[in-house]
Design a protein around this ligand. Structure first.
Ligand code: AR6
Length: 167
């Protein structure tokens, strides 16, 4: 398995799956979630509504992940995971780890060969980027891969890109 750290817009990547830093409502939002829903089109929202109705009427719990189609994006699938909101009082690193593990496991279950992650929780949810980078890299390095051949970490801005490279 090959790991790559790239800079840019995750919605432009041609991989089997991109991961969305969603919220438990799964109805879209700001940041990368907003960009993904805008570019994927209304079919994505429709499928998310179905997932909520059938499997998660109370919302997708933090640290969990679900998979949908890619719709108008150049990917087969979108994996939606809910990162933790950062807290200085409580260690939520296990939840952030779980986002990466659950997403990789879903990709494996679907026999995907490539996946790209954004910096989950590093925007609106306020997780320190250096801590998140160590967590992301740790999970990606120790996961047991079968079908996945390439894992990309896609960072939107120069600052985050630098921090993830240095971690
Ligand atoms: N491609 C790659 N990365 C991006 C893109 C993009 N197009 N756009 C933003 N980022 P955030 P969170 C980066 O806030 O902290 C939403 O409203 C961004 O610079 O998107 O997990 C959801 O609905 C940052 O480094 O996600 C939730 O309510 C990283 O993606 C909440 O935000 C994550 O920032 C989730 O917050």
């Amino acid at each position: 398995m090959k790991t790559e750290i790239t800079k840019g817009d995750i919605t432009k990547l041609e991989v089997d799956a991109i991961v969305n830093a969603a919220n438990s409502g799964l109805m879209g939002g700001g940041g990368v979630d907003g960009a993904i829903h805008r570019r994927a089109g209304p079919g994505l929202l429709e499928e998310c509504r179905e997932i909520r109705r059938k499997k998660f009427p109370k919302g997708l719990p933090t640290g969990k992940a679900v998979i949908t189609g890619g719709y108008d994006l150049p990917v087969k699938h979108i994996i939606h995971t809910v990162g933790p909101v950062y807290s200085r009082r409580e260690d939520r690193s296990e939840l952030l780890k779980s986002c990466f593990t659950e997403s990789l496991a879903l990709a494996e279950q679907n026999k995907l060969r490539s996946i790209a992650f954004p910096a989950i929780s590093c925007g609106i949810y306020g997780y320190p980027k250096d801590e998140a980078a160590v967590i992301a890299k740790g999970v990606i390095a120790s996961f047991e891969y079968k079908s996945l051949e390439k894992v990309i970490i896609c960072l939107f801005d120069e600052g985050t890109f630098r921090i993830f490279n240095e971690a």
